[in-house]
Design a protein around this ligand. Structure first.
Ligand SMILES: Cc1cc2nc3c(=O)[nH]c(=O)nc-3n(C[C@H](O)[C@H](O)[C@H](O)COP(=O)(O)OP(=O)(O)OC[C@H]3O[C@@H](n4cnc5c(N)ncnc54)[C@H](O)[C@@H]3O)c2cc1C
Length: 575
C-alpha cells in the first residue's frame, strides 16, 4: 500500500490518533491498526525526521546500561533486538563489536568481561528461530595482537586485548522506520507527514476547570497551510523530545516532563585511513567518555555525545563543542603514528535528542533508558496518553503496551479489536520472516535481466526496499531514463526511480524528505548542487512544482544544509 496524504480521510472519526511519526508513534500506529482500530498518525515534519533518524544505528540491548543496573531495560531490548532482526533481514546485519581493555581501563578489564558475559546471558534466546547468517556467536577474548590486527589504529600502549561480542546493526534506520510505517498503512492506518498537531478538541471548555475529555485534534498542514479538525476517541502523544510541548496546549500541568539529552555523531572517512576495519569499536577513553566507531557505507560513523539540553528540540544543532568532544574522545584511543581525526575529516554530523524520562540521576548519561506510559485521566484530561523515554529498539514493545492500555480504557470500551501478533510479523518489504538475506540478494541479481541496472545498483535497491525494489525496477522498465544515478560520485548509488517512488508511494513532500530519509545520498555528507537539482527535476512534475518553485526549493535546501554544516564546522573547518 502507498503512504498517501489523502486529506479526505481526515473527515472520518478515528479510534486512535497518534501525534509523532518517530519510531515510537509508528509502532503505536502499527499495533493499533493491526488490532483493527481506525488509526491516524501525524508528524509535524517528515516521518522519522526527529531522534529516530539520528541514532547510533544499533538495534541493541545497550551493554553500557548494565553499569547502571538497568537489567530490565537490557533484557527487554535484547528480546526486541531478536524480533527486529527476524522481521527485516534485508535491513539489518549482525555486527562484531570489539571492546578494548587497557591496563588503565575503568571499569576494569575483569568488570568489562563480566558485563559482556552478563549481556550474553540476558540474550539467552538470541538465536531462537535465527537463520544461519544471523546467528550470534558466543563472545570471546581477543589477544592484544589479534585486537591490533583487527583494528590497527588502537592505542597499543598498555592495551591488554579486547572483548568481542555481537549486536545488530540497523543499516538504514530511516528506511526501516518507513518499512514499519508502511506495515501500519498495510493494515489500515492513515499516515500524514508535515501535519502538525496544534491543539486539542475537548468535550467542554477546559478553561472552566474540572475534568475534560479529549475528542480530537486540530491539525495544521505545513505543506498547504490549511487547518483541519479531526475527531478521535483517544490521542497518544508520542512526540518524543517534543512530548511536553504538545501537552503545553492543555493550559494545565500534567506533571510530566522530558529530560532532553543531545546526541551527536560524526560521519568521516575511515578512521586513520584504515578502511579494512570491519568491526565496530566500542572504547572508553581515559576521560571516562565512551565512543563507538562503526564502519558504515565506506565511512566511519562515530559517536555519540550525551549532554543534557534545555533548548527546544527544533533549535538543537550539532555544534563545534560536540565535534570537539567526539574528536577528543576518539583521538585519545588512537595510537601515536596514526593520524588523529580532525574537523576537516568530517563529512557530516547527525543530531538527535533522547526523550529521557526524568529521574534523580545526576546527568543524562546515567539517566534510565526505560519508558513510561502516562494516562492523563488522573490529572483531569481523559482519552489522552503520553509516552516518555524508550529506545528505537524497544519501539515495538512500547507500541504493544500502549495499545493494550488503550483497549482496556473506557474510551475504547466496546470497540471491536482483532488479534495481531507483531512478534512474528515481517516489516513491509521484508522478503520473509526469519530467513537469511543472501539467497534473496543472489536471486535479485539474477532476476529481470532486461531491466537496465547493474548488479551493484540492484543490490543497493534490494537492501533498502526489500521486495518493494521490484516496483522500482518496474518504474525503470517503463521509463529507462529513471535508471540514471543521482550522483556522478563513486559510492553514491541512488537512482532517479527512487525519487519518483519516494513521491508517489512514500509520501515524500520536500527535497529533504527524499535526500535524507528515502534515499541514502543525503546521509553520506555534503550533497552537491547538481545532485539536489537532479532530485528536484524528478520531483517537480510529480509534486506539481513550476520551474521557479523547483529552483527555489533547491536554493532553500542547499541553504538549509549549509547552515547546519556551518554550525558544527565553525571556523576550524573553513567550509
Ligand atoms: C545520538 C543518539 C543515538 C541513539 N542510538 C540508539 C541506538 O543505536 N539504538 C536505539 O535503540 N536507540 C537509540 N537512540 C534512542 C532512540 O533514537 C530514541 O529513543 C527514539 O528514536 C525516540 O523515538 P520517538 O519516536 O520517541 O521520538 P522522535 O523520533 O523524535 O519522534 C517524535 C516525532 O514527534 C513529532 N512531533 C513533535 N511535535 C509534534 C506535533 N505537535 N505534531 C505532530 N508531530 C509532532 C516530531 O516531528 C518527531 O518526528 C539514540 C538516541 C540518540 C539521540
Amino acid at each position: 500500500m502507498r503512504i498517501e496524504r489523502d486529506l479526505a480521510q481526515l473527515a472520518q472519526p478515528f479510534d486512535v490518533i497518534v501525534v509523532g511519526g518517530g519510531i515510537t508513534g509508528v509502532n503505536v500506529a502499527r499495533e493499533a491498526a493491526g488490532r483493527g482500530l481506525r488509526t491516524l498518525v501525524v508528524d509535524k515534519g517528515d516521518f522519522g525526521h526527529g531522534t529516530s533518524s539520528a541514532t547510533s544505528k544499533l538495534i541493541h540491548g545497550g551493554i553500557r546500561y548494565l553499569e547502571t543496573f538497568e537489567f530490565g531495560v537490557v533484557r527487554e531490548s535484547l528480546r526486541e533486538r531478536r524480533m527486529l532482526a527476524l522481521a527485516a533481514p534485508h535491513l539489518v546485519h549482525q555486527q562484531r563489536f570489539l571492546m578494548p581493555a587497557w591496563r588503565w581501563s575503568t571499569p576494569s578489564t575483569a568488570l568489562i568481561g563480566a558485563g559482556v558475559l552478563l549481556y550474553t546471558g540476558l540474550a539467552f534466546d538470541r538465536n531462537r528461530n535465527m537463520p544461519a547468517d544471523m546467528r550470534i556467536p558466543l563472545p570471546g577474548w581477543l589477544s592484544r595482537e589479534k585486537t591490533l590486527a583487527a583494528v590497527p589504529w588502537l592505542d597499543a600502549h598498555q592495551l591488554q586485548g579486547a572483548f568481542a561480542y555481537h549486536d545488530t546493526f540497523n543499516l538504514h534506520p530511516e528506511r526501516l522506520l518507513l518499512a514499519f510505517l508502511q506495515s501500519a498503512v498495510d493494515v489500515g492506518a492513515q499516515a500524514f507527514n508535515h501535519m502538525e498537531a496544534v491543539g486539542f478538541m475537548f468535550d467542554r471548555d477546559p478553561a472552566a476547570g474540572g475534568d475534560v475529555a479529549v475528542q480530537g485534534l486540530q491539525l495544521l498542514d505545513r505543506i498547504t497551510g490549511e487547518r483541519h479538525e479531526v475527531r478521535g476517541r483517544t490521542v497518544v502523544n508520542a512526540a518524543g523530545p517534543w512530548m511536553d510541548l504538545v501537552l503545553s496546549d492543555l493550559g494545565r500541568s500534567m506533571g510530566v516532563k522530558v529530560n532532553r539529552s543531545k546526541g551527536v555523531h560524526l560521519l568521516t572517512q575511515p578512521v586513520a585511513g584504515q578502511a579494512q576495519v570491519t568491526d565496530t569499536v566500542f572504547a572508553r577513553a581515559r576521560s571516562g567518555h565512551h565512543v563507538i566507531v562503526s564502519p558504515w557505507q565506506g565511512h566511519s560513523f562515530i559517536g555519540p555525545t550525551d549532554t543534557h539540553v534545555d533548548d527546544a528540540p527544533d533549535a538543537v544543532r550539532a555544534d563545534e563543542g560536540d565535534v570537539a568532544l567526539i574528536l577528543g574522545t576518539l583521538n585519545d584511543t588512537i595510537a601515536d603514528g596514526y593520524p588523529k581525526l580532525r574537523v576537516e575529516d568530517i563529512e557530516a554530523t547527525t543530531v538527535g535528542i533522547r526523550p529521557l524520562i526524568v529521574d534523580d540521576s545526576k546527568d543524562s548519561y546515567t539517566t534510565s533508558r526505560r519508558h513510561e506510559l502516562y494516562d492523563h485521566a488522573p490529572s483531569g484530561v481523559k482519552n489522552l496518553w503520553s509516552i516518555g523515554g524508550g529506545k528505537w529498539t524497544t519501539g515495538r514493545a512500547l507500541g504493544v503496551e500502549t495499545v493494550k492500555a488503550l483497549l482496556a480504557s473506557d474510551a475504547l470500551r466496546g470497540v471491536p479489536a482483532r488479534a495481531f501478533d507483531s512478534r512474528q510479523a515481517t516489516a513491509h518489504g521484508a522478503f520473509a520472516w526469519a530467513e537469511d538475506a543472501q539467497p534473496y540478494f543472489d536471486a535479485v541479481v539474477r532476476s529481470r535481466p532486461t531491466v537496465p541496472l547493474d548488479d551493484v545498483t540492484r543490490l543497493h535497491l534490494a537492501r533498502l526496499y526489500g521486495t518493494d525494489h521490484e516496483r522500482i525496477l518496474d518504474l525503470v522498465e517503463r521509463e529507462p531514463s529513471l535508471a540514471a544515478r543521482i550522483s556522478d560520485r563513486p559510492g553514491r548509488l541512488d537512482i532517479a526511480a527512487q525519487v519518483a517512488f519516494a513521491v508517489t508511494d512514500e509520501a515524500a513532500c520536500t527535497l529533504s524528505d527524499v535526500l535524507d530519509r528515502r534515499l541514502v545520498i543525503g546521509t553520506l555528507g555534503r550533497v552537491e548542487r547538481a545532485e539536489v537539482a537532479r532530485v528536484a527535476g524528478v520531483m517537480a512534475p510529480l509534486r506539481g512544482w513550476s520551474a521557479g518553485q523547483a529552483a527555489a526549493a533547491v536554493e532553500a535546501e542547499l541553504g538549509r544544509r549549509a547552515a547546519i554544516e556551518l554550525r558544527w564546522r565553525g571556523r576550524a573547518g573553513g567550509a
